[in-house]
Design a binder for this molecule. Structure first.
Ligand SMILES: O=C(O)C(=O)Cc1ccccc1
Length: 271
């Protein structure tokens, strides 16, 4: 089994992927490339971050789910504890994944006011930069300090909120889409715009006492003000009430489309 996730080795996505699958791990440098590799049959599994408790959605992952046909087979929730890593105590640039830089914005302002920051494709890519250049520090998991040339851990737990957690989703080819699991995800493109549309789309769940765990609107890319809705619910597709609710949503979206991502269970991993 080959799992593809955000690389190089040492990213938080890599850690989440290892927690759910101990097979071969391959790396890509964008969420889109990971989802595309699974949709095209180049990898059996993909693991991408979708939401962080401080910074919110990883929009690139959501947009990739709307673009490529894949099945969501598991949710992985993991606490994220960032460290500042560098060759020595002085540096003039801090580099990391944009989400990690944002999660530590307050801490950086307080301890290194005015320091330059630069976003790179992943936290581990930032660590590579710090290994190559003594003027660069990186934000990432503290274990990156010892994997390879030694780096100093200048500070630990630098995220702005101690309860920093990220949700990752594991995806598989559509043939593995399941109806079993306590949560389900789907994407609705109603291709319509009238007062009360969103209310109508959500009523089928309220009427059946199904809890929504997330609703996110993303631009459809068609025209300004036109949206695709990403909806997660705390119910499985094996339940009649879920199938009935989604049938109602499909009727409302008759001029657009509904993409079923599948039902799955959630696992919290501490790593
Ligand atoms: O760059 C990484 O390590 C990732 O896996 C993306 C990410 C960045 C910050 C928090 C969670 C995931």
């Amino acid at each position: 089994m080959t799992t593809i996730t955000l690389g190089p080795a040492g990213t938080y996505s890599h850690r989440a992927a290892q927690a759910v699958d101990d097979g071969d791990i391959e790396f890509a440098e964008s969420m889109t490339a990971i989802v595309e590799a699974v949709a095209e049959g180049e990898a059996d599994r993909g693991v991408v971050p979708v939401e962080n408790s401080i910074e919110g959605s990883v929009t690139e992952s959501l947009d990739a789910f709307a673009e490529y046909d894949v099945a969501v087979i598991k949710e992985i929730i993991t606490p994220i504890r960032h460290a500042l890593l560098a060759q020595g105590d002085s540096f003039d640039l801090v580099t990391s994944h944009a989400q990690a830089l944002a999660q530590c914005r307050g801490w950086l302002d307080e301890h290194y006011p005015g320091v330059d920051v630069e976003a790179v494709a992943s936290t581990a890519r930032g660590v590579e930069r710090a290994r190559e250049d003594p003027n660069v520090a990186a934000i990432g998991h503290p274990e990156n300090a010892t994997n390879g040339t030694e780096l100093k851990v200048l500070a630990e737990d630098i995220q702005d909120q101690s309860s920093n957690a990220t949700r990752f989703l594991a995806v598989a080819p559509v043939s593995e889409r399941s109806e079993a699991g306590g949560k389900s995800s789907f994407i609705v493109y109603p291709n319509a715009d009238y007062p009360g549309l969103l209310l109508e789309l959500l009523e089928p769940f309220a009427d059946r006492d199904i809890n929504l765990t997330r609703v996110e609107s993303r631009p459809s890319g068609e025209r300004l003000g036109d949206y695709v809705f990403h909806v997660d619910i705390a119910a499985g597709l094996y339940e009649e009430r879920t199938r009935d609710a989604i049938a109602d949503v499909e009727a409302l979206a008759e001029n657009g489309w509904v993409r079923h991502l599948g039902s799955y269970d959630s696992e919290t991993v501490l790593n």
